[in-house]
Design a protein around this ligand. Structure first.
Ligand code: ZN
Length: 318
């Protein structure tokens, strides 16, 4: 219980609507245009429904188009008499319009954009997206409970980089949400990229902090809601992913549990905006002496990274 109230601060930080939705200039759709949609970012319009198709044109934020169809998470749009496809999360789409084009159930294991099907290689690598939380030193949670600086962002990044190496050695295709510790990447940039890549799982890596120094342990959060899930079994898979990762990392930290992000609008953005099974993993509490000593040790960071990789192996039944 303690832990749940503690995480409220982090959840709050992650649901700032300004971070999740790019500002959109007010556009008044003509009354005749029934399924008018508005771009919430700079968007590519492609010849077909995946990122491997040629870009027909690029539209600026605030552009209006008409939705005329949907293929998984790619919408078919009409713009100035031209028909093309665009990634769904880049558009503000009225609920009534979205309801006209329900998502079709995709075959389990198939990437949402279908890119896996035209791969030239016969053995398809599992795609893992690792998302070390926050944007720079001291931009996430910090503590001095051990007598030295314990910086969440640095720990998140180090563990993610180490886990990437281990996972690549084990044959995974691994993508990272940022390529350097201090790189600034918004939450929508992180999730949109993973969605476009059609990764199999999304693992966001964080550390917890709370006013009560006794709170400790690993927590895996899985989403109560997803905006545009690629398959119907996303929640069971997200819960399983959270469980496997919390179990593995808990071997190092010494205590673990999983928590469902219950109410829509309060879920972590990374869980809510991704289309595939996802987890937000809080490795441990930087405000607890015992956890912080582990989290801040470079030797233990290797152990944590190995357990992240083991948890992912366990999820895939490897
Ligand atoms: Zn965090």
């Amino acid at each position: 219980m303690l832990n749940i109230s503690k995480t409220a601060g982090e959840i709050g930080a992650w649901i700032n609507p300004a971070q999740n939705v790019a500002p959109v200039e007010p556009v008044t759709p003509p009354a005749s245009e029934a399924d008018q949609i508005v771009a919430n970012a700079t968007v590519n319009v492609r010849k077909g429904p995946s990122a491997s198709f040629k870009v027909l044109r690029t539209l600026p934020t605030g552009s209006s188009a008409v939705m005329v169809g949907r293929e998984s998470n790619w919408i078919k749009i009409e713009y100035k008499d031209q028909i093309g496809y665009s990634y769904i999360n880049y558009w503000n789409i009225p609920k009534a319009t979205l309801a006209k084009y329900p998502v079709k159930t995709t075959t389990p294991g198939t990437s949402p954009d279908g890119s896996g099907t035209d791969s030239p290689t016969t053995t398809k690598k599992l795609k893992v997206f690792l998302d070390p939380g926050h944007n720079g030193v001291a931009q996430g949670a910090v503590s001095t409970v051990t007598g030295e600086l314990v910086d969440e962002t640095t720990i998140n990044y180090r563990v993610a980089i180490l886990a990437k190496e281990i996972l690549e050695d084990r044959g995974y295709m691994v993508y990272m949400s940022k390529s350097s510790l201090n790189q600034t990447v918004s939450l929508t940039e992180r999730t949109n990229r993973a969605n476009e890549l059609g990764v199999d799982i999304y693992v966001s890596i964080h550390c917890n902090a709370y006013t009560d120094p006794a709170s400790r342990g690993t927590i895996g959060f899985y989403a109560g809601e997803k905006l545009n899930p690629a398959t119907s079994d996303w929640q069971a898979k997200s819960a399983l992913l959270s469980q496997k990762l919390a179990d593995s990392v808990g071997n190092v930290i010494g205590r673990s549990k999983i928590v469902k992000d219950t109410s829509y609008g309060k879920s972590f953005a990374v869980n809510r905006l991704t289309t595939m099974p996802s987890t937000l993993l809080e490795l441990g509490f930087i405000t607890n002496y015992q956890d912080a000593m582990i989290l801040n040790s470079s030797a233990n960071q290797k152990d944590l990274a190995r357990e992240v990789a083991n948890g992912i192996d366990n999820y895939f039944g490897r």
